[in-house]
Design a protein around this ligand. Structure first.
Ligand code: G2I
Length: 352
């Protein structure tokens, strides 16, 4: 073989080698490059990544631009609550909630409805002077009207919010006009009414401080979901609000134990006080925990920017007051893109 031929065949061998390496890379690299936004990254695993949004900020272009660019789901922060949406009996103020819902639908986002029955932000006319029968019919009418108005538009409703007490024996409910007038059965009544109002939307129970797998409040909610499932009371999902200092060490096990009851789990109001790498690490662990459980279907952070957070002093969100991405943002995006996720867990231990 001449020197020229030797060179040519050497070049061919090199080229073949390079093609081999490229082919191997193409096989081992997941289809598509890492996504550049939270919503697109979450969508790769069939999940959503949402934010709570307030209608009052929709005039601020950076707010809307950030929401539209990064998120593929929304929860109206206050606009669908009983007080704001039915300020006087039977008369509904749809405007602000519709503004958010219409914008979300135009962008193909999922909408979480928040919330139908909650002891807080009630209109003045819902009070202890009502008879049980009157309160019951007001509650059922409220559920029918609001769910009817948004039929086909909402992905999941927080049917009942924060009904469990923070202390007391396992299963103790918070004292409210609902427990006083209707007894503990008001939760079941609300879920049955919600299923009748719209059979095609996911019905969630949503609460805070139910993040630790072993906490007594968590056990109360767990027992209720297990009981509802056993008796055929409609329930499709549990919302872990997750207003944290830090996620508990057993957070992933907690998500898995609820999922094992046959409900979806959603992280519904995530915010974590702090800054820098400590905050990023906490956000990373929360996102990993959700990604590790197949029935953890999505994450919502409780606001777009620190400046409008209900706990803005804690700077708990993913964008700072100038809409800059924080280290926590990059941590979450990396995990949603498949970075160092622990092995999947389909369910979890069912507590006896
Ligand atoms: O408290 C944090 C969240 C806990 N879980 C249920 C969520 O619905 C709750 O959200 C917060 C909103 O982020 C606040 O924005 O709920 C608060 C009310 O409990 C909201 O605060 C209210 C103020 O209390 C009102 O004075 C104000 O008019 O926001 C209203 C609208 O800005």
């Amino acid at each position: 073989m001449s020197e020229k031929h030797k060179l040519a065949s050497g070049a061919r061998a090199l080229l073949a080698g390079a093609i081999g390496v490229l082919t191997a890379l193409a096989v081992t690299t997941p289809a598509g490059a890492a996504a550049g936004t939270l919503g697109a990254a979450a969508a790769q695993s069939g999940r959503y990544f949402g934010a709570a949004v307030a209608a009052g900020h929709l005039g601020e272009s950076a707010y809307v631009t950030t929401w539209d660019r990064e998120f593929n789901a929304v929860t109206p922060e206050n606009e669908m609550k009983w007080g704001p949406i039915e300020p006087s009996r039977g008369s509904f103020n749809w405007g602000p909630a519709d503004q958010i819902a219409n914008h979300a639908m135009s962008k193909g986002m999922k909408i979480r409805g928040h919330t139908l029955v909650w002891h807080s932000q009630l209109p003045g006319w819902v009070n202890g002077n009502m008879s049980a029968g009157d309160l019951r019919s007001a509650m059922i009418n409220h559920i029918n009207q609001v769910m009817g108005h948004y039929k086909g538009k909402i992905y999941a409703w927080d049917v009942v919010n924060e009904a469990f007490a923070d202390g007391g024996a396992v299963g103790t409910l918070r004292n409210s006009v609902f427990t006083q007038k209707l007894g503990n059965g008001f939760i079941e009544e609300a879920f049955r009414a919600a299923r009748a109002a719209d059979p095609n939307v996911k019905l969630c129970y949503n609460d805070y401080n139910i993040d630790d797998a072993n906490a007594s409040k968590t056990r109360g909610v767990y027992n209720m979901v297990r009981d509802f499932k056993a008796r055929g009371v409609p329930i499709d999902c549990v919302g872990l609000q997750s207003h944290f200092g830090n996620p508990p060490a057993n957070y992933r096990q907690n998500i898995a134990q609820f999922a094992a009851l046959g409900v979806d789990v959603q992280i519904t109001e995530l915010d974590i006080g702090g800054s820098g790498s400590a905050q990023a690490d906490a956000y990373r662990r929360v996102t990993q925990a959700c990604m590790a459980v197949s029935r953890c279907t999505g994450i919502t952070v409780w606001g777009v920017t620190d400046k409008y957070s209900w706990r803005s002093g804690d700077t708990p969100l993913l964008f700072d007051g100038n809409y800059n991405k924080k280290p926590a943002y990059n941590a979450v995006l990396n995990i949603l893109n498949g970075g160092s996720t622990p092995p999947p867990m389909g369910g979890g231990t069912i507590r006896s």
